[in-house]
Design a protein around this ligand. Sequence first.
Ligand code: ZN
Length: 435
Amino acid sequence: MPTTPRFDRGHSDDLMSFLTAGPSPYHAAAAAAERLEKAGFRQLSETDRWDDTTGGHYVLRGGALMAWYVPPGARAHTPYRIVGAHTDSPNLRVKPRPDFGAHGWRQIAMEVYGGPLLNSWLDRDLGLAGRLSLRDGSTRLVTVDRPLMRVPQLAVHLDRSVSSDGLKLDKQRHLQPLWGLGEPHEGELIRFVEDAAGLDAGSVTGWDLMAHPVEPPTRLGRDRELIAGPRMDNLISVHAGTAALRAVAAPGAELPYIPVLAAFDHEETGSQSDTGAEGPLLGTVLERSVYARGGGYEDRARSFAGTVCLSSDTGHAVHPNYPERHDPTHHPVAGGGPILKVNVNNRYATDGGGRAVFVAACERAGVPYQSFVSHNSMPCGTTIGPITAARHGITTVDIGVPIVSMHSARELCSADDPHMLAGALAAFLEGTDAS
Ligand code: ZN
């Protein structure tokens, strides 16, 4: 087993910059693409003809990023090694007619995206970020990264039952942020955003805007051995996958497989979209790459049959205040290394063969690993792994980093697990093992 891991806590510090750079899926995908550009990857347009030459390529579609590196000597049937992840996180998103208000407050109409811990969005200073669609057909990313709005919690004096019965939130009535005083005016939020983006009034005709907490990620704990921050689910994996791909795909690097990063949008809402794992994006990119290398259907089938995907998403570290929620012998601990997720009812795609591939990668990387199986009486969550396996017929293994407070506006993990994940992913992509 190699003894010098490729990544260290510097990776985890860089993760905090990446979390800040990705307040929306569009920003996260673009931030990952920017890092790959710096490593020599070049963007391909989906509407162009692809001449898939040796080197790094990527496709950016909305909040999804597909990136791959064709090593010198790659054949048309060379299999892929894929790291899968998702760019989206649960949050609050702006409705089409956002401007309203009551009782002297100006408010913004929001819809709940995915399954956030609703209470975690209360009493936080929120900014706004997302994608603007312009009258001329172009799109633009925008970020208002300052305290702009807030969802205030009701004072305990006005709801004494909160102490005995717990907090009950109604998604429609209780999660509309306020952003000022006075009478609301139709169109004023988008006019404000146009200003923030340096655009002329009336130039924005469509938007995908969402709230984000503006408090930056931080190192936490007596010895700063923890990281607290937003959107760790699942930007930890997008960031680690990007770093791993960069590490193994230096220009000219010879590899037995074609390493791929597949970062999808819309995992939190079921992956059914043109940029989600259930859509054709990944399969189309992989097939086009086979054909661009001069292959036909037979080469595509041979390539896919030898392909393996590590689907990386966050998992649940055991919570010291709720240990009974975990299986007593399969609960990952924070700082114990990346986790292998197993569910025999196919909520995760891992099987024994997949486990062997992951174990080999961890051993080559010199990082420990842990196993996660849900408590038998708790319903198990799912992720993009089973979707990828079923849609493309690709051997898939579900893995990830253990965190607590999953789906909170501010999650928590060890400062060591992210860099150990990146090491395992790099060793997997490099694929020098026989498995
Ligand atoms: Zn996730």
